[in-house]
Design a protein around this ligand. Structure first.
Ligand code: ZN
Ligand code: ZN
Length: 149
């Protein structure tokens, strides 16, 4: 049994909801690799594999996965939300290229120290954080340089 499926099953049972194989397919696809996706991308990935899932049911499933602690909203771009799976994946932050929209994940130990300090200084119980850094990736800077030469 895959862990994330078990987590979801338990969540569904607690809620007294019905467990559907369709939702399981959506979860398995999300956890098949780690990336940042939106509903359209997930829909296309499933359809390319011949899975018939409606966008509406993806829209209905994602909030449940967030509540179950399996995925999280990462950023809002082009008028819609992007998600990633967090269960089994280390807490990290994002560098986002404003030109090609590449997303680079990074982790820095100093963030843990900052977390400790915030807990100490503000007596705050931290459940998570997100840090987004915007800018230009090396490739886009190179392209800009080439264009102005
Ligand atoms: Zn770029
Ligand atoms: Zn990420």
């Amino acid at each position: 049994m895959v862990d994330e499926i078990e987590v979801f099953r338990r969540f569904i049972r607690r809620r007294g909801m019905r467990y559907t194989p369709e939702r399981e397919t959506i979860i398995l696809e999300i956890f098949s690799r780690h990336d940042h996706f939106d509903v359209d991308e997930l829909y296309l990935r499933l359809h390319r594999q011949g899975v018939r899932v409606s966008k509406a049911s993806i829209y209905r499933t994602l909030p449940l996965l967030i509540e179950a602690g399996l995925i999280t909203e990462v950023f809002f771009e082009d008028g819609h939300m992007h998600y990633e799976h967090t269960f089994g994946h280390e807490q990290h932050c994002h560098l986002r290229c404003t030109e090609c929209r590449r997303v680079i994940e990074f982790f820095d130990a100093s963030l843990e120290k900052l977390e400790d300090r915030l807990v100490r200084d503000y007596d705050f119980q931290i459940s998570g954080y997100s840090l987004e850094v915007f800018g230009l990736c090396p490739q886009c800077r190179e392209q800009r340089r080439a264009a102005t030469e």
